[in-house]
Design a protein around this ligand. Structure first.
Ligand code: ADP
Length: 258
């Protein structure tokens, strides 16, 4: 029939190719859907035992015999592993929430410089940070401080993870008039331009299979969703081999940046 309409064999081949691509895309979408459903169930189910484990470790720590260094060391190790798992599960839960359109922001006035300082205290790697403030950021901005801190912590944790030889991580907060820009700069391996475009996609990881670093490829996706919900913008500047600058721009008041 197609031929009867005056199409050549080459046209037919192209149509077949196109159909193949459409099929591939729908298969990919279905696979993503299965992944999402699984993740949503698994993360909810994992939360309770993790909470119990954390409580048990605290109890063990409080009741251990004085001076038992071996037990202290074991508890510390267990706590570190538990922290890693907790971050993974939180990422999974957050990603499911975003997928289902259930990310609710609790917007209040807050100071962005204080928020940055608190993040560094939270990550607690003394001597590794350099915080630079440009302009006057003493006035509160409007947003969900916890969620914005989640984005900053995510950038900083990535800088620590992917640029492990890094001595100093620079965090800049810049007053740009109606907006404020926060960026986290490392001089690690960087990301090439072609890949940088996909960094904020769900499950995307550079070298996903061969990577020596564990991760799910959700942190930057979650960060992007948080910033978009604030009407802001997020991005990365990186020249391969010359470090990365992950940044976001937020409106100071409740508005959308064009
Ligand atoms: P994850 O760290 O779990 O893989 P993210 O969404 O946080 O997920 O990051 C996505 C990918 O971006 C990472 O797999 C890594 O390849 C790359 N990436 C993120 N931050 C940096 C950085 N500071 N330097 C180099 N690569 C980075």
């Amino acid at each position: 029939w197609v031929r009867l309409q005056g199409r050549t064999e080459a046209d037919e081949n192209n149509i077949q190719k196109l159909l193949g691509t459409i099929q591939d895309i729908s298969k990919e979408k279905q696979a993503d859907q299965y992944k999402d459903d699984f993740i949503s169930i698994a993360s909810h189910e994992l939360r309770t035992p993790i909470t119990i484990l954390s409580g048990t470790l605290q109890l063990l720590d409080r009741n251990k015999p004085d001076g038992d260094l071996k037990l202290s060391g074991l508890i510390e190790q267990a706590n570190k592993s538990l922290k890693k798992v907790t971050i993974l599960i939180e990422d999974l839960l957050n990603a499911s929430k975003m997928n289902e359109g259930q990310l609710h922001l609790n917007k209040q006035p807050f100071n962005i410089v204080e928020a940055v300082n608190e993040c560094c205290a939270h990550i607690n790697r003394e001597g590794i940070y350099q915080i630079l403030v440009e302009g006057d950021l003493s006035t509160d901005i409007y947003g969900d401080a916890d969620r914005i801190q989640q984005v900053i912590i995510n950038f900083v944790n990535n800088a620590i993870k992917y640029a492990p030889d890094e001595k100093i991580i620079t965090i800049k907060a810049i007053d740009e008039g109606d907006v404020v820009k926060v960026s986290v700069i490392d001089s690690g391996p960087g990301i090439d331009q072609e890949k940088a475009e996909h960094l904020f996609d769900r499950y995307y990881r550079v070298d996903s299979k061969g990577s020596q670093y564990s991760g799910l490829g959700l942190g930057l996706y979650i960060s992007a969703e948080i910033i978009k919900k604030h009407g802001g913008k997020i991005g990365v500047n990186s020249v391969n081999g010359n470090g990365s600058e992950f940044w976001f721009i937020l409106p100071k008041q409740n508005q959308q940046i064009n």
